[in-house]
Design a binder for this molecule. Structure first.
Ligand SMILES: Nc1ncnc2c1ncn2[C@@H]1O[C@H](COP(=O)(O)OP(=O)(O)OP(=O)(O)O)[C@@H](O)[C@H]1O
Length: 600
C-alpha cells in the first residue's frame, strides 16, 4: 500500500484541504509575554496542588535563519520550543501570545508546521524510503500532488539529506539492526521536510549523536536556513563548529531569558557585564557557565536576585529593542484574524485507512514473531486438548467430567492465548501520539487499522485451526451445524477477550499496569463462571457476579441436572452477551485512544 505513491495518479474528489501555511521565505515568529505554568502536588499523597511557573514573562523574535535556544538542564528550553510550536498543553499558558508573520496562531500550528522530536519516532520495520513515502502520501494533498509528484518529493528529500546509500535499508527495531543514529535523525527530519515547510522546529537535534554526525546534521539545517527557512531548535551543549552556525541565540535560565540576540554578539554582551571568556574556551560552554552561575562577574552591577542575568537582560538595549518591535506588532494586530483554525487533514478518511492498514499489515508481516507464536500456540494447545480428551467416551461418569473439563480448557485457552493483544496500543503509543498530533491521520483511522490488521489475521483465523483439531480428536458430534456453532462460540470468546485486551492497552501506558488490569477480570470470571465454584453454594450476596451457566454445555442430561436453558435462545443469548462485551470494549478502546494526552 505504501507503494501507492507510485501507483495512483488520479486526482482526489474529497473536500479536505491543508492550510497553505508559511511559504518560503520562512516566517518571522514572535512571542509576547509568555507565562506557562504546570500544576504540582504539594506532597505525594497531598490533595493540594501548587502552580509552578516554568516560563516567566518570556518575549522574543525569531527571524528566518538558525535560531538556537540554549540553557542549562531544566531551564525551560524545551518548554519554550513546545509552547511556540503549539505542542504544549494550552491549558498551561496563563498569558501571552505567539504570532507568525504578525498573525495570531492557535495550537493547531502544530498541524501545519514541522516539528522534529528528540527521540526519533519512525516505524522500525519500514525502510527510510517507505517511511518518507508514508509521510508524503498522508500529508500532501491529493488535489495538489499527483503520485508522481509525491515520488519526486521523496526522491528529492533523500537526495537533499544524503540518504541515498541507506534509502532502502530498514530503520531498525529492538530485534533488527537498521540504519545508524545519524541516518535515523536525518530520516526524522526528512519526514517533516516532505511537506516543504518554511518553519521547522527541532528539539535537541544533536542529542545522542557523535560529534561528526551532530555537525553534519547542523550543517544540513544551516543549508535549509540559507534557503530562507526559519529553523528554531533547542540545543544543550554544542561544540564550537556548531555554535558558529547559529544566527540568533536565546539563552534561558529558570524559565527566564538571560540573553536574546545575534549569536556572534553574545560574547561582547557578557564581557560588558564583566564576564570573561578565556581564549580557547568554547563560547557555548562559557554561556552555560555564566547562566548557571558557575562563573563570577567582576561587575558591581550584579544585583542580589534569584536570576540576576534575567533582570539585567530586561534592562538591556537588546530587550528594549525587542519590546519596541513587539509593541508595534501588537498595535497593528487584528485579533479577528488567526492562523491555524482552517487546518484539516490532507487526505480523506478511506485513503488514510488504506495507507495506515497497509503499513500495519506490512509491519506484522515483517515482524511476524507474535503472529507465528499465536498460530503455534493454538496448534500446540489444540493437539494437547485433543490428546488429553481423545475420543471422549459416552458413558458416565467420564462423559460428563471429560466434556466439562475439555470445554473449560478450550475457553481458558481462548482467553489467555490472547493476552498478547495488550501490547497492541502500548508498543506504538509514542508513534501514534506523534503522528496523530502532527496531522498524519485521524484517531479512528489508526484504531480501525489495528482492529482489521490484528483481529482477522491474528485472532480469528488461528481460532478456527485451534477449534478444528481437538473437535475431531475428541470425537464430538460429526455434524456441520454443531461444529459451526462450536467455532462461532470459541471465536466470540476470543474476540471478547481481545477487545478487553484492546481496552486495557488503550487505557494504560505500561505493560506492568496492563498485565495487572487484564488479569483481574479474567480471574474473577473464572472463579465465578460456575465451573470452579458450585453456584448453588455461592454466598447469596455474591451471586450477582456469576455469569450465565449455560456456557457449560455438556449434554442434555447434565444441562437438565444443572437447570441450564439449552433452548435456541438459551444458546444464542450467550453469543449476544459476548458480542455486547466485544462492542462495548471496542467502543471504550476508541474513546480511550481519543482521550490519550497528546500534549507535552
Ligand atoms: N508537563 C510537565 N509536567 C511537569 N513538569 C514539567 C512539565 N514540563 C516541563 N516541566 C518542568 O519544567 C522545567 C523545564 O523543563 P524543560 O524540559 O523545558 O527543560 P529543558 O531546559 O529542556 O531541560 P533538558 O535539557 O533537561 O531537557 C523542568 O523543571 C521540568 O521538570
Amino acid at each position: 500500500m505504501l507503494d501507492e505513491v507510485a501507483l495512483n495518479a488520479q486526482p482526489s474528489t474529497d473536500k479536505e484541504e491543508t492550510m497553505p501555511c508559511f511559504q518560503t521565505p520562512g516566517p518571522t515568529l514572535t512571542f509576547h509575554n509568555l507565562r506557562y505554568s504546570i500544576k504540582e502536588r504539594l506532597g505525594m499523597f497531598s490533595m493540594q496542588w501548587v502552580e509552578k511557573d516554568i516560563l516567566k514573562d518570556v518575549s522574543g523574535i525569531m527571524n528566518p535563519g538558525m535560531n538556537a535556544i540554549m540553557g542549562p538542564t531544566g531551564s525551560g528550553k524545551t518548554s519554550l520550543l513546545d509552547v511556540i510550536a503549539g505542542r504544549k498543553d494550552p491549558r498551561g499558558l496563563k498569558s501571552g501570545q505567539v504570532l507568525v508573520d504578525n498573525t495570531i496562531v492557535t495550537s493547531d500550528l502544530r498541524l501545519c508546521s514541522a516539528y522534529v522530536v528528540q527521540n526519533d519516532i519512525l516505524m522500525g520495520t519500514l525502510t527510510v524510503r517507505e517511511n518518507l513515502a508514508f509521510s508524503a502520501n498522508l500529508r500532501l494533498s491529493r488535489k495538489e500532488y499527483s503520485s508522481a509528484d509525491k515520488q519526486m518529493r521523496v526522491d528529492s528529500v533523500i537526495q537533499e539529506l544524503g540518504l541515498n546509500d541507506c534509502a532502502d535499508t530498514k530503520i531498525g527495531t529492538m530485534f533488527l539492526r537498521g540504519v545508524s543514529g545519524g541516518e535515523k535523525k536525518r530520516c526524522s527530519i526528512g519526514m517533516e521536510l516532505i511537506t516543504a515547510p518554511s518553519l521547522l522546529f527541532l528539539d535537541e537535534p544533536t542529542t545522542g549523536l557523535d560529534a561528526n554526525t551532530a555537525n553534519s546534521i547542523m550543517e544540513l539545517l544551516q543549508k535549509l536556513s540559507k534557503k530562507g527557512k526559519t529553523v528554531i531548535f533547542s540545543i544543550h551543549q554544542p561544540r564550537y563548529s556548531i555554535f558558529s552556525q547559529f544566527d540568533h541565540l536565546t539563552l534561558i535560565n529558570k524559565g527566564e531569558i538571560t540573553y536574546a540576540g545575534a549569536a556572534n554578539r553574545a560574547i561582547s554582551y557578557f564581557e560588558d557585564l564583566g564576564y570573561k571568556c578565556e581564549p580557547f574556551n568554547n563560547p557555548a560552554d562559557f554561556f552555560l557557565d555564566v547562566t548557571n552561575g558557575t562563573k563570577c562577574s567582576n561587575s558591581d552591577e550584579m544585583v542580589e536576585n534569584d536570576n540576576p542575568l534575567a533582570v539585567i537582560y530586561r534592562k538591556s538595549p537588546n530587550f528594549l529593542n525587542v519590546k519596541d518591535r513587539l509593541t508595534h506588532i501588537s498595535d497593528a494586530l487584528d485579533p479577528e484574524v488567526t492562523k491555524g483554525d482552517r487546518v484539516g487533514y490532507a487526505t480523506p478518511f478511506y485513503y488514510q485507512l488504506m495507507l495506515v492498514s497497509g503499513r500495519t499489515i506490512r509491519n506484522i508481516l515483517r515482524n511476524p514473531q507474535t503472529s507465528y507464536a499465536q498460530l503455534f500456540l493454538n496448534i500446540f494447545f489444540g493437539i494437547l486438548v485433543g490428546l488429553i480428551y481423545y475420543q471422549i467416551p459416552h458413558t458416565l461418569p467420564e462423559a460428563l467430567q471429560n466434556r466439562t473439563g475439555a470445554f473449560f480448557f478450550l475457553v481458558i485457552n481462548m482467553v489467555f492465548g490472547n493476552l498478547s493483544a495488550v501490547e497492541l496500543f502500548i508498543s506504538e503509543r509514542v508513534l501514534f501520539i506523534h503522528e496523530n498530533s502532527s496531522g498524519f491521520y485521524r484517531t479512528s483511522v489508526y484504531f480501525l487499522s489495528k482492529v482489521f490488521a490484528d483481529l482477522l489475521p491474528n485472532r480469528i483465523l488461528p481460532v478456527f485451526i485451534f477449534s478444528a483439531i481437538p473437535y475431531f480428536m475428541m470425537g464430538l458430534k460429526p455434524d456441520v451445524e454443531v461444529f459451526f456453532l462450536y467455532c462461532v462460540t470459541l471465536s466470540m470468546v476470543s474476540l471478547s477477550a481481545v477487545s478487553l485486551a484492546f481496552l486495557v492497552s488503550a487505557s494504560v501506558g505500561s505493560f506492568a499496569m496492563a498485565n495487572i488490569l487484564i488479569a483481574l477480570p479474567y480471574v474473577v470470571m473464572m472463579v465465578f463462571g460456575g465451573f470452579l465454584v458450585n453456584l448453588n453454594s455461592m454466598l447469596s450476596w455474591m451471586s450477582w457476579l456469576n455469569s450465565n451457566p449455560t456456557k457449560l454445555m455438556t449434554g442434555d442430561m447434565y444441562l437438565d441436572h444443572q437447570e441450564i436453558d439449552y433452548s435456541l435462545w438459551g444458546f444464542w443469548q450467550n453469543q449476544v452477551a459476548l458480542t455486547g462485551i466485544m462492542c462495548v470494549c471496542l467502543i471504550l478502546s476508541y474513546v480511550q485512544l481519543r482521550r490519550i494526552n497528546r500534549w507535552k
